[in-house]
Design a protein around this ligand. Structure first.
Ligand code: COA
Length: 264
């Protein structure tokens, strides 16, 4: 990997061309997220944001889980201060993913529960194995989700499906996720890595500033009024028009050749 090495305990990092694949590796605990893993995820997404050689990201889990949520064992050692510090660090981590300039594909290989479901929802696209299970089971611990899951579930699923998921804590299959429109594609387990890599490679070939803009415009537009959101869209478009990549895209179309985008 280029000049900077990524050396983490809970994350395996591999780069193929412009695609960076991050694999959560805490298999024995179903990749449950402790404070150290959270810090590593925040760190890598902040670093990826600055890296022109990284054009898209795949996030997946080792073993039978994507991530089975916050480390419940670690919770037992927390007092209220430590618990809130953990929640605040979680917010920083989800924000680092959502604000990262690169598109992120969640390749959900198994359980995506609690913070793990919130992690998948912080990504831009979700490809799920037929074995994936999505849930917000905090209610079973006497808690509620703290990483944005309540409000995201409401906005994505609507109040009735959200309350079903939140109040019963039941797990949804990949197919249900597809029907509820937060899963982009469902594939057999053995095809997951390739499906996610193919999608990430196609994103890596798009004009980076346009993709970055689309991520930001959709994420920010979701909670803005239609008029305000469309004003953001137009402002972003106006800024893009004289970018080297937009000029290249327009010229390449006229010259009947594929464009070569450089991210400027
Ligand atoms: N935090 C800490 N450890 C966890 C964990 C979590 N969120 N989820 C799983 N683990 C650990 C288990 O304690 C077990 O460890 P052990 O082998 O040392 O006992 C190991 O991971 C394997 O999990 P296990 O429960 O034996 O697997 P399973 O296939 O029987 O069940 C789940 C899988 C996901 C249904 C079950 O582990 C579960 O309900 N996990 C908690 C999910 C949750 O509530 N997440 C939200 C947290 S806020």
């Amino acid at each position: 990997m280029n000049d900077i090495t990524f050396d983490y305990t809970y994350l395996q990092v591999e780069q193929t061309g412009g695609v960076l694949t991050l694999t959560l590796r805490r298999k024995a605990k179903l990749n449950a997220m402790n404070a150290a893993m959270m810090a590593e995820l925040t760190d890598i997404f902040r670093r990826i944001h600055e890296r022109p050689d990284v054009r898209s990201v795949v996030l997946t889990g080792a073993g039978k889980a994507f991530m089975a949520g916050a480390d419940i064992e670690e919770y037992r050692s927390f007092d209220l201060g430590a618990f809130f510090a953990f929640q605040n660090k979680g917010r920083d981590m989800y924000r680092a993913i959502e604000e990262c300039a690169k598109p992120v594909v969640a390749a959900v290989n198994g359980y995506a529960l609690g913070g793990g479901f919130e992690l998948a929802l912080a990504c831009d696209l979700i490809v799920a194995s037929e074995r994936a299970k999505f849930g917000l089971p905090e209610v079973k611990l006497g808690l509620v989700p703290g990483g944005g899951g309540v409000q995201k579930a409401l906005r994505i699923l609507g109040p009735y499906a959200a309350k079903d998921m939140l109040m019963t804590g039941r797990f949804l299959t990949a197919q249900e996720g597809r029907e509820l429109r937060f899963v982009n594609a469902v594939v057999p387990p053995e095809q997951l890595a390739e499906a996610a890599a193919t999608l990430a490679s196609s994103l890596a070939e798009q004009a980076p500033l346009a993709v970055q803009g689309l991520k930001k415009l959709v994420n920010e537009g979701r909670d803005a009024s239609l008029e305000t959101a469309q004003a953001y869209d137009r402002a972003y478009l106006a800024n893009l028009f004289y970018s080297a990549d937009a000029q290249e895209g327009i010229t390449a179309f006229a010259e009947k050749r594929p464009p070569l985008f450089i991210g400027k």
